[in-house]
Design a protein around this ligand. Sequence first.
Ligand code: FAD
Length: 388
Amino acid sequence: SIPHADLVIIGTGMAGVGLARALRREGDTRRLTLISADSGDDYSKPLLSTGFAKKLAPDKLAQRDAETLAEALNATLLSHTTVSAIDPEARWLTLADGSDYAYTQLVLATGAAPRAPFAIPSDCAAHCFSVNDLDDYRRFHAALRHGPARVAIIGAGLVGCEFANDLHAGGHHVSLIAPESAPLPRLLPEPLGHALGETFIEAGMQLALGRSLERIARGASDAVQLTLDNHQRIDADVVLLATGLAPRTALAAKAGLEVSANGIAVDRTLQTSHPAIFALGDAACVAGVNAMYVQPLQASANALAKTLAGTPTPVHFGAWPVIVKTPLLPVVAYPPLATPARWRIEADGTDMTALAEDKDERLIGFALTGGCVRRKVELSRAAPALLG
Ligand code: FAD
């Protein structure tokens, strides 16, 4: 007979595990199965971009292995198991090995996958990495174990900038390459992005901003050579692709659930277009908002646990800023949802405050660097909620 669980959660990232924990905290005793394509080890993803500075071995980032986690949650955990299809009417899943798994209710916590903006030639593949889970991190860490290396990072968003700072602090030679003219383009107005860029340059990193990658090829002596659109060449031992994340929606879309480029569509009770299927975390677009960071997914896990336990609980997202882990120049940002009428910027060196205002001069977002990050609490109180 087909194995069955009252609730199946696909994904053991912070969203899936957070939900399982919240359910057990609520005293919920239903039969629970978690399924993960990766190792299923319990780890905090934000720590992935802090390990080199602290010289932490990958296993130090795992709080506990999958087996211990399953025991603590009183759940079945299937690791290295990919779900390849969902049949919402029959309420079963098909796993990659062709076997089926039946559920009463299903939660999709499938996260987001790195975007691959260009094809990597096969002879360069062993040098190119994206780091989006602990298994990736183990491989990346192994490639850098021989001491200082030349690391080229493609992409200057949160992941690219955090790894740039962390790898630099860990003794590596960092080049940061991105098509935008300043780092953190989606989080910071340009003057603040430039402050971060200048700080990186002063620390000794090489920045190639406003540049895109034209070609990647094998270079001399076990390295790769990147050619930029201005013909500049950069030699690298290791390339880190930090070119953004896209919500994993393919499984949901194939099952006929409503999805968009922003994620699996759910209402404020985290319910998808099918009443027995829910979604949260990086994969989900909650009432039009896809917030790919920890605080919203924790709020979602807590609300969904209550809903599943029988008390429908709509989720609320506060004005929760993103804290960028760039110790060379601390950054806090709460980007406005709509294009602001103007940014009001004050600067004292690299200590900067930027306030986004609408046409009626109301605060709708903010960005802070350096010593100004201490204004985080005050401005969060004044800004509108992300999902009020
Ligand atoms: P994921 O952690 O991606 O988990 C997805 C799970 O789904 C995995 O277990 C995967 O194996 C599984 N899965 C997917 N498809 C299938 C399938 N078909 N079958 C079976 N399993 C499947 N946020 C902050 O708030 N603060 C920070 O400082 C911060 N730093 C970050 C640093 C880095 C380097 C990165 C990459 C992100 C950072 N974030 C930070 C964002 C934050 O980590 C994410 O929002 C969060 O971890 C997403 O969790 P998730 O559970 O939704 O997804």
